[in-house]
Design a protein around this ligand. Structure first.
Ligand SMILES: CC(C)(COP(=O)(O)OP(=O)(O)OC[C@H]1O[C@@H](n2cnc3c(N)ncnc32)[C@H](O)[C@@H]1OP(=O)(O)O)[C@@H](O)C(=O)NCCC(=O)NCCS
Length: 169
C-alpha cells in the first residue's frame, strides 16, 4: 500500500458561528464544535484510507478559548499516525480576527477513526510518514495516546501499555 504524508489528508473547514449554535454566554456551544471537528476528522481519515471510516474514540479535547458569536472558525484536521486499521487525527481550531485577519489558536482535539469494510469490519490502511517537526512530534506521541485510550476503554491491560508506562519511569 502507498505510504502517505499527513498533508495528504489535510482537511480545512471554515464556517461562521451563528446564533443557534451558541450557549447562554453567546459563545460557540461545545457540542457544535465537537460536531465540526468530527466532520473534518472523518474527511481526513477518509482521505488517508480511501475507506468508510467510523469514530472509535475522542481521546482529548481542550476548550482553551471561548469562540464568540459571529466568529470565523477554521477547523483543520490531519492524520497524525496510522496504525493497522486505526488512525489518530489531530485537529487544530483557529479563529480569525475580523480586522487584521490574523488567526489565533482556540482549541484542539485528538480523535481516533477506524477504516471499515461494507459490513463494518476493520480493514488495513496505508502507513504514514510525518514530514515537519510538529508532524514528527505528534506521530511519536500517538502510540502512548492509543494505549491510554485502549486502557481507559478496558480494551488493553495496563501491564501491556509499554509506551505509556515509559512516561512514568
Ligand atoms: C470502532 C470499531 C470498528 C472497533 O471495533 P473493534 O471490534 O474494537 O475492532 P478491533 O479490536 O479490531 O479494533 C480496530 C482498531 O481500532 C482500535 N481501537 C478500538 N477501540 C479503540 C479506542 N477506544 N481507542 C483507540 N483505538 C481503538 C484498535 O486498537 C484497532 O487498531 P489497529 O488495528 O490500528 O491496531 C467498533 O467499535 C465500532 O464500529 N464502533 C462504532 C463506531 C461508530 O459508530 N462511531 C460513531 C459514533 S456514534
Amino acid at each position: 500500500m502507498e505510504i502517505k504524508t499527513p498533508e495528504d489528508s489535510k482537511t480545512t473547514l471554515t464556517d461562521l458561528v451563528l446564533p443557534g449554535e451558541t450557549n447562554p454566554l453567546n459563545n460557540l456551544f461545545g457540542g457544535e464544535l465537537l460536531a465540526r471537528m468530527d466532520r473534518a476528522a472523518s474527511i481526513a481519515a477518509r482521505r488517508h484510507s480511501r475507506r468508510i471510516v467510523v469514530t472509535a474514540s475522542v481521546n482529548h479535547v481542550a476548550f482553551n478559548k471561548a469562540v464568540p458569536l459571529g466568529s470565523v472558525v477554521t477547523v483543520e484536521a490531519k492524520v497524525s499516525r496510522a496504525f493497522k486499521t486505526s488512525m489518530e487525527i489531530f485537529i487544530d481550531v483557529w479563529i480569525e480576527d475580523r480586522e487584521s485577519g490574523r488567526r489565533t489558536k482556540a482549541n484542539e482535539a485528538i480523535y481516533t477513526f477506524v477504516a471499515v469494510d461494507d459490513t463494518g469490519n476493520p480493514v488495513p490502511i496505508s502507513q504514514i510518514e510525518p514530514q515537519s517537526k510538529l508532524e514528527k512530534d505528534r506521530f511519536a506521541a500517538a502510540l502512548r495516546r492509543k494505549q491510554l485510550s485502549l486502557v481507559l476503554a478496558g480494551k488493553m491491560n495496563p501491564k501491556d501499555a509499554t509506551e505509556l508506562k515509559a512516561l512514568f519511569e
